[in-house]
Design a protein around this ligand. Structure first.
Ligand code: MG
Length: 379
């Protein structure tokens, strides 16, 4: 039972996949009109070129591109019709292309665990498709076997390529192993997961590491929805054993490869969940005691600081909390709340290109500060 497990991300952590991002002509999407520079794609994903007001829409993915890039495309494809173009992540999902791409295995990020039999090794990747990945994984297995490392578990948690929605799924896998129960429908259920009170997590994406450092919050949210019986077992486990997550942000620094941080899971202050409609008002009262004025002031301060330091997922936290409150009341959202609560900043700015991120953040914070009024409205 004292065994621990180390989960490794694939892309950028164990595999250096020099895959290409394409701009394609929708009439012939299997050939790129242009291969995007990775740095350029990062800027595009961030919405950096919003001001140029040129959108490419393909396969449900919409991106703003620069005027400069649009001119280049028009010239190459000899058309002014921008609707013909789209950004394609196909090289990431197409098996033939994936096999053709150049691959390097970054063994240096894992070799220190070589022959350490008390640590199991797991893969935790945001890739979604096992079939397209299988050849690369088989090769990785062989490379690792050569240095005495066996992969024991593999989790594919991605739903689609590069939409950035996969962070939470990785945290769910980490929590399941830290606690020893599976998570379904946002709560722990009575199905056992292999229990490792000590888990390590290696990932090159700072955002993933940020979430992992904040795992207590996600743990609290999941516990709040968990049924009493399992909840009590988990509380006992927290009394019995120290439960620890060690996070290693993988960097390209050769001499100092990892930025390390560590989190010990603690018992939450638990707010009771609703059992049925009769309980609703009672539950709400308790909820209101739990989340009092001071708590709100604290949280607003905390979120404001996060926003200032450029951590945009602070808004996700605000929205989740408001959603939780409203789900307790179990009523449909009014349109004016729906528009803010249900939308990510990315979706919001596509519909409202004139709006600023600061404004979006402010709207969400106002909503949060006004939560007692919101509750009143839905009561
Ligand atoms: Mg990665």
């Amino acid at each position: 039972m004292n065994k621990s497990i180390a989960f490794f991300d694939l892309d950028g952590t164990l595999i250096d996949n020099k895959n290409e991002i394409w701009v394609i002509d929708k009439n012939n999407p299997r050939k790129p009109v242009l291969v995007l520079d990775p740095i350029e794609f990062v800027l595009i994903k961030k919405g950096h070129y919003k001001k140029d007001k040129i959108i490419l829409d393909y396969n449900g993915q919409r991106y703003w591109i620069s005027e400069q890039l649009s001119k280049k495309l028009q010239k190459r494809a000899r058309t002014e019709n921008m609707e013909r173009f789209g950004i394609s992540l196909m090289p990431w999902v197409d098996r033939d292309l994936l096999n053709k791409s150049e691959i390097e295995y970054i063994i240096k990020n894992i070799e220190h665990l070589n022959r350490n039999k008390s640590i199991d090794i797991g893969i935790l990747t945001a890739r979604s498709n096992q079939r397209t990945t299988s050849d690369q994984l088989n090769n990785l297995r062989l490379e690792l076997k050569n240095i005495g490392i066996d992969i024991k578990k593999i989790f594919f948690v991605g739903k689609s390529v590069n939409t950035g929605q996969n962070y939470i799924n990785k945290m769910v896998v980490l929590l399941e192993h830290l606690i020893g129960f599976k998570i379904k429908g946002g709560k722990f259920i009575s199905l056992k997961q292999d229990w490792y009170p000590h888990v390590s997590f290696y990932d090159d994406d700072p955002q993933n590491i940020h979430y992992a450092n904040d795992i207590q919050k996600i743990f609290d949210d999941i516990l709040r929805k968990t049924d009493d019986e399992i909840f009590h077992i988990i509380m006992e486990r927290l009394d019995e054993v120290k439960i620890r997550l060690d996070n290693y942000q993988v960097t390209t620094n050769e001499t100092n490869r990892f930025i390390e941080s560590s989190v010990e899971l603690k018992k939450p202050v638990r707010c009771p969940i609703k059992e049925n409609n009769k309980m609703k008002m009672k539950t709400l009262k308790t909820f209101e005691q739990f989340i009092n004025e001071n708590w709100i002031t604290d949280k607003v301060g905390e979120f404001t600081n996060k926003v200032k330091s450029g951590v945009s997922n602070a808004i996700g936290t605000v929205k989740d909390t408001v959603k939780d409150l409203i789900s307790i009341l179990d009523v449909p959202l009014l349109p004016e709340d729906e528009r803010i609560i249900r939308k990510s900043w990315y979706e919001w700015q596509i519909e409202h290109p004139e709006d600023t991120e600061e404004n979006f953040v402010k709207n969400n914070l106002d909503l949060f500060k006004n939560y007692p009024k919101i509750i009143e409205k839905y009561r």
